[in-house]
Design a protein around this ligand. Sequence first.
Ligand code: NAP
Length: 308
Amino acid sequence: MTPRVDPCRRRLLQAGVALGAAVLLPPAAAQTPLLTRPVPSTGIRLPLVGLGTNRFRFGDDAWLARLGETLAAFIRFGGQVVDTAPAYGDSEAVIGSLMAADALRERLFLATKVGREGAREGRKSLADSYVALRTPRLDLVQLHNLRGVSTVLPVLREQKAAGHIGHIGITSSSYRQYAEMEAIMRRERLDFIQVDYAVGNRGAGARLLPLAAERGMAVLVNLPFGRGAQFRAVGERPLPDWAAEIDCSSWAQVFLKYVVSHPAVTCAIPGSTQAAHVADNLGAARGRLPDTALRQEIARYFDAITDS
Ligand SMILES: NC(=O)c1ccc[n+]([C@@H]2O[C@H](COP(=O)([O-])OP(=O)(O)OC[C@H]3O[C@@H](n4cnc5c(N)ncnc54)[C@H](OP(=O)(O)O)[C@@H]3O)[C@@H](O)[C@H]2O)c1
């Protein structure tokens, strides 16, 4: 198999050298283990915060070095769950190269997706993902935006039975698909769902998250910052006093702790292309989490800002 990324190999390897050095020298903060939750179907424990990579694309040397540093920081601070997809341009190939440059595959819980209809198309998409990610085994494969339930899900089950896939799931990031997602969750046995949920977008909390808990499905949460809109909403406002009660030093940590303190949530996957942001985000998987009363207070505070 010829890796698709060979023309960029040298630059990625340069980024990878920095990656290796960083992995070897963990800062003191990284020595506190991250809080984890179990995947109900397999019992494997995952840190409460992962990494979304829909903007991991090839680019110039500086950009690739930045992505390398982002993944390095993620691993250095204890992160494991990386979410990608064939639909995210070069994301799988960039991650595959960064992992290969430093033999990082075993340190990550690698989640990707199939976004095609049809068994043959689904098989081809999976085959391409194994090549791009340079691994014979994927920890989680999800049907992207519920596509291919009748045709591709059987292919995923077959590959799971053969040991090539660890877990299978479905994703959505739109309330327009919630009714269909709920019907699939009631009908199918799945290890994971992935859905959008955030303090500024709490719709999935009504039925999908409780149903996931009832059905024994792990939950990855996408768009925990509303694609960044929540940072624009709070602007330069200082953190309220209650942020200290849950060990938050940034708005990102408040937003993520709101998400991961929902008992049905296994892991939030904020997207980032900056090492400093990844370190900040993983801080949300340490320290105290808000209880029910404080979760309500956080939602009230955010609603008051956005309603004004
Ligand atoms: N249907 C689906 O399956 C589906 C749909 C959408 C998304 N997803 C998955 O979910 C992931 C997350 O979604 P998303 O990336 O679109 O949205 P998001 O996580 O809600 O927000 C990402 C934005 O927040 C910024 N950010 C990250 N950490 C920050 C911090 N600590 N401080 C300030 N800004 C910060 C990022 O910029 P920087 O790069 O500068 O950090 C980026 O602009 C995606 O990467 C993808 O893996 C799946």
